[in-house]
Design a protein around this ligand. Structure first.
Ligand SMILES: Cc1cc2nc3c(=O)[nH]c(=O)nc-3n(C[C@H](O)[C@H](O)[C@H](O)COP(=O)(O)O)c2cc1C
Length: 202
């Protein structure tokens, strides 16, 4: 099957099922009244090693008809935290994707405990095993979707990386303790259960 990318959007769900597995950035940010927002984004990845940088892709509007809160907040405060989502956090992460109003905090609504970060004035999710503290590098406006709804990418510079000692083993992150989940297509998610090594050509 070949899909033309036209306004019928028949390709859409399949497209997202081929860019897999996608990591999930669970992003804390702060609005103009100091309310902490928390939302998952799977258009999220590391884009460089040194300096370390991440990208997040908010698309479309929130229910209120404005840009998504994560985008509005980061545009305003220029800081955010990427909280790592593991198996234990899957349900609460999913609930936090509900379109709460800009003046409502998902963390408060869902009783998600936050704690202070080190290098940014945005708190992190206490139960996440790892966190990237980020400052805004740039927001890039992408072409709108076929309904005219906006697409952006947020590029962030990682200022600090917090990794909980209990997920380390022999000086390395232990994937069996990290228990990452990732986004697949449709309503599917994946857990990593096979790891293999390959030597790089020299
Ligand atoms: C696992 C998961 C991944 C998501 N990834 C994205 C994404 O990459 N881009 C996006 O715009 N929305 C994504 N969403 C939907 C947003 O989380 C949802 O629109 C949320 O209400 C946005 O919250 P905010 O307005 O507080 O930023 C995702 C939802 C889930 C459950």
């Amino acid at each position: 099957m070949y899909y033309e990318v036209n306004d019928e959007n028949k390709w859409l769900k399949h497209y997202k099922s081929i860019i897999v597995p996608r990591p999930i950035g669970w992003i804390t940010s702060k609005n103009k009244n100091g309310i902490i927002n928390l939302a998952p984004y799977s258009f999220y990845n590391a884009i460089s090693t040194n300096p370390p940088m991440v990208v997040i892709g908010p698309g479309g509007y929130s229910k209120s008809g404005s840009n998504k809160d994560t985008l509005l907040n980061i545009e305003l405060n220029k800081e955010f935290v990427c909280n790592f989502v593991n198996w234990d956090l899957r349900d609460i992460m999913n609930l936090s994707s509900y379109s709460y109003k800009n003046n409502e905090s998902e963390a408060d609504e869902l009783n998600i405990e936050l704690e202070d970060s080190i290098n940014v004035d945005i708190p992190r999710v206490k139960l996440s095993p790892a966190h990237f503290e980020c400052k805004l590098y740039k927001i890039v406006e992408l072409p709108p979707d076929s309904r005219g709804h906006p697409n952006h990418i947020i590029i962030g510079s990682i200022m600090g990386i917090n990794i909980k000692d209990e997920i380390m083993n022999d000086g390395k992150v232990d994937i069996s303790k990290l228990k990452p989940i990732s986004r697949m297509g449709y309503d599917d998610y994946a857990l990593i259960n096979t790891i293999f090594k390959m030597d790089r050509p020299r």
